[in-house]
Design a binder for this molecule. Sequence first.
Ligand SMILES: *[C@@H]1O[C@H](CO)[C@@H](O)[C@H](O)[C@H]1NC(C)=O
Ligand SMILES: *[C@@H]1O[C@H](CO)[C@@H](O)[C@H](O)[C@H]1NC(C)=O
Length: 318
Amino acid sequence: MLFPVVLIVLVGGAVSQITTGAPHTHKPAPDLESALGRRAHFSMILDLLRTTGLLTQLKALPQVTLFAPTNAALSSIPNDEYQDLKADVPRLTSLLKYHVTTDQAFHTTGRANDVVFNSLDNNLPIRINIYKIVHTIAAEGVNITDKDIRVANGFVQGIDNVMQPPNGDVVDIINNMDNTKMLAGLINSAGLESAIRADLNITVFAPTNDAFAKLDPQVLTYLQNNPKALTEVLLYHVVKKTTLYSIGMRHAMTFQTADKHHDNLMLIEGNNDDIYLNHAKVDDRDISATNGVIHTIEDVLVPTTVLVAIEDQGLLVG
Ligand SMILES: *[C@@H]1O[C@H](CO)[C@@H](O)[C@H](O)[C@H]1NC(C)=O
Ligand SMILES: *[C@@H]1O[C@H](CO)[C@@H](O)[C@H](O)[C@H]1NC(C)=O
């Protein structure tokens, strides 16, 4: 009987060591500046942090996590844009602060999906996703490629792209984008705005104006005159309570939509990195919102029950 008890104690001890951070046998972690300085692939972010004076500020914080774009990530910005950004210190500072949180010294072990941190000063969400099937942890849909670099007051998480701060919630963004005006109007007339805003981790596949233009005008009129059918069609484009950035997508993945029948959609990988949602081609990917993510698609998807009702009217969809 003694043996199992000893085992449990040992396992318990190991777990508490992982969750409380560095065991005391570790060497003290270097400060942020030295940690970045000894890694050649972070020389550009180090330079930007110095340029803005943020480096001194971050080193002095009691706890911090820096999401640090690698040199490869920063080099993917066209050079003239990069030089403009570097010369515009207020804009650069604001972008860099979006890559910092002081909520918690965040390390990637054992974190739940859809955890959201607030960025430094500007209080915008930095969303973490764990996509187990592709063995990936992402921040705002950007891969964390260089995980958990310990520094004296927290962690650096190396990321392979620059994160873009969200410009409002899902409804705000759909209302403001030129190519989703049609969808914005329909969401409004179906009375779905508040439900979409209320879900704090939502994925919306947003048909563009061109997608709606492909529908027979009589089909659109039918939907506008039948609020229940319209609601079903709109919610068929929504995945509730989880955010799916393209980095987490995989061929033949299916997921349940928010319509009444919980219909499934399937992702298909096509040629040249194209992705389809059922037959609809995904257009703009990974438009981050404060409460989720939007991808635009080039066709309107119609769930079976509504399809049948429309065909009963002697109409054809697409
Ligand atoms: C959804 O988001 C909220 C707020 O960010 C978070 O607290 C919650 O845990 C998330 N829900 C799920 C199911 O992950
Ligand atoms: C993200 O980065 C990790 C570490 O480099 C890599 O193993 C993983 O495959 C990447 N994920 C995707 C989806 O590219």
